[in-house]
Design a protein around this ligand. Structure first.
Ligand SMILES: [Zn+2]
Length: 98
């Protein structure tokens, strides 16, 4: 799946695509937060809301991005449950070329 050059990663739950060579712990945590957001909000609601916010706000002002950026350096404890669901292998999908 080709990603636009400015995009390092994208979460299309339950899949996370990270540009080859760009995977970092903080980026993986960021995408894991998006996985959690989809679980919390529901797939349809999350993506419709994200797209609407993406059309009407700057990237950094999208609420889902604000929340994900806030947790990049330290994953909140409640996300540990996702690790138990197999998302721990998120780095294994680091095979996307542009
Ligand atoms: Zn994000």
């Amino acid at each position: 799946m080709p990603l636009p050059r400015s995009v390092l990663a994208v979460t299309l739950y339950p899949f996370v695509f990270i540009r080859k060579g760009c995977s970092t712990p903080d980026l993986r945590k960021h995408e894991l937060v998006h996985c959690w957001q989809v679980q919390r909000d529901g797939w349809l609601r999350f993506y419709l809301t994200y797209i609407w916010h993406g059309l009407t706000r700057r990237y950094r002002d999208i609420p889902a991005e604000v929340e994900a950026h806030a947790h990049e350096t330290e994953l909140p404890p409640h996300l540990a449950a996702l690790v138990d669901l197999g998302v721990k292998n998120i780095s294994d999908v680091d095979s996307v070329n542009s």
